[in-house]
Design a protein around this ligand. Structure first.
Ligand code: ADP
Ligand code: MG
Length: 483
């Protein structure tokens, strides 16, 4: 029997993603309720959020601006007209019985983004309101309770649903696509891009087809994928599941499946027959939106540098493609880097500090760079001391933590603790001589052929000079003294 690995070679994987990005407006899409996360349940639920009869939605202009900005960032066209539609379905978190969304006239169409040089088409991006949240029995700590609670704070939070073309061909590409989408919405400031907290959510459509077949295979849609790891695992699982079905002569059914993180499998949620008929019709309480060229231009003028442009700029400044990619993934750090890039004598040293010791410190403390006391100007000060040779790189690595915690200037720390490089060779020679004299056995062994002992002597001198001596000078002096 053929192994899964062999079977996989026979099939091409086809993936299209639907990503919901929660837009970072202060108030909801159709009323003045706030959107802040974690407030007391139902404290942000005016009659409009509750869907009371007779209330009227008022469109939040900031939502439209963000929709346009995102559309432009995704290289989309912004049609002159778009409109809102009612999508009807019944669920306890949707009291008015319909969601206001956009159906046939979305705010943005025909875009694309690049991932690793490959272009992924964006079919459309449309605005809609989020539903509320159900807190199920047990989850609220009321053990054994048999009911669910409804929190409508989230109802009416603005979302932008971004639908890709079925251009994605592997779990790696799916991950790269969502990563880049997340970078884009974060950098343009419309969404915080947090998959784990649900401010970005993705539904994955997957099918397989034998290589060479023109038509797509039947797809399954997977929901509940809320981390990059889950995204990749769910895709990998689903590819195998579908190939097995086809290999056994069966047919993949078009259905919605749920990713089960604990079991590592997808499970059927509802089949096509049970699929909702949403009976879309134009929302009668909202006028169609006319978006003028001037409006689009006004929004365009607020567009910041996009991740792709930023990476290219770094590469042009001499960073490797890898380094450029890694730093752009950490937005706050990249924006910090932008403030030092033209002021430091050596950008690679700055990058090494940011990506090395500083990143390690941020990860350990689960914070971003803006939550430390280090400022761009002070990092420049540190790099200058290293580049001028006032302190060694080792000392720099020691004091960067102090700088992150206290906000002190590198210069002051170096002065206070006496950390500047010992530039006087005779002082180093004196220390080296002392160490050679104090270790006659090691000297003899070294001279007798145990070359490795050289490191011992270097280490001793380093220790004695507290890392303040130039390693090359130590080496030269020791070679001479031990010859
Ligand atoms: P729906 O609105 O019913 O979810 P769409 O046609 O809008 O259906 O497609 C949703 C997503 O599914 C899109 O991202 C699209 O690229 C993707 N898709 C469509 N057909 C396939 C297929 N055969 N295999 C994989 N993905 C597909
Ligand atoms: Mg869908």
């Amino acid at each position: 029997m053929a192994t899964m690995e062999e079977l996989r070679k026979k099939y091409e994987v086809v993936i299209g993603l639907e990503v919901h990005a929660q837009l970072k407006t202060k108030s909801k899409i159709f009323c003045e309720d706030g959107t802040e996360f974690g407030l007391e349940p139902n404290s942000q639920s005016s009659p409009i959020s509750l869907g009371m009869p007779g209330v009227l939605p008022i469109l939040n202009k900031a939502v439209v601006d963000m929709g346009i900005l995102t559309g432009l960032a995704l290289n989309c066209e912004i049609p002159e007209f778009c409109k809102f539609d009612r999508k009807q379905y019944f669920y306890a978190d949707l009291p008015k019985g319909y969601q206001i969304s956009q159906f046939d006239k979305p705010i943005a169409i025909n875009g694309s983004i690049k991932i690793d040089g490959k272009t992924i088409g964006i079919t459309r991006a449309h605005l809609e309101e989020d539903a509320g949240k159900l807190v199920h029995a047990g989850a609220d700590g009321i053990a054994g309770s048999s009911y669910s609670l409804v929190d409508l704070n989230r109802a009416g939070t603005p979302l932008l649903e971004i639908v890709s073309e079925p251009d994605i061909r592997s779990s790696d590409e799916a991950k790269a696509y969502v990563e880049e989408l997340r970078n884009i919405v974060k950098y343009i400031g419309v969404c915080d891009g947090n998959l784990e907290e649900g401010s970005m959510r993705c539904d994955v459509n997957i099918s397989v087809r034998p290589w060479g077949q023109k038509e797509f295979g039947t797809r399954a849609e997977i929901k509940n994928v809320n981390s990059f790891r889950a995204l990749q695992r769910a895709v990998e699982f689903e590819i195998d599941r579908q190939i097995e079905i086809v290999e056994e002569g069966g047919q993949v059914v078009q259905e919605t499946r749920l990713w089960n993180e604990a079991e590592g499998i997808t499970k059927s949620m509802r089949s096509k027959e049970e699929a909702h008929d949403y009976r879309y019709f134009p929302e009668p309480d909202l006028m169609p939106l006319q978006i003028s060229k001037e409006w689009i231009e006004r929004v365009k003028s607020t567009m910041p540098e996009l991740p792709e442009q930023k990476r290219q700029r770094y590469i042009d400044k001499g960073l490797s493609e890898y380094d450029a990619r890694v730093i752009v993934e950490q937005m706050e750090t990249a924006l910090f880097f932008d403030q030092v890039i033209d002021k430091v004598s050596n950008i690679k040293t700055a990058l090494n500090y940011l990506m090395g010791d500083i990143t390690a410190y941020l990860k350990e403390n689960k914070i971003n760079i803006n939550e430390t006391k280090l400022t761009p100007e002070r990092l420049v000060g540190l790099i200058d001391l290293i580049e001028k040779g006032t302190i060694s790189n080792n000392i720099g690595k020691k004091i960067i933590t102090i700088m992150l915690e206290t906000g002190d200037h590198a210069k002051d720390i170096v002065e206070k603790q006496g950390l500047s490089v010992i530039s006087d060779d005779s002082a180093i020679r004196e220390i080296a001589q002392k160490i050679v004299d104090a270790n006659p056995e090691q000297v003899e062994a070294y001279k007798g052929g145990r070359d490795k002992l050289f490191g011992f002597f270097v280490g001793q001198v380093m220790k004695e000079t507290k890392g303040r001596a130039n390693p090359q000078v130590i080496n030269d002096i020791l070679k001479e003294l031990l010859s």
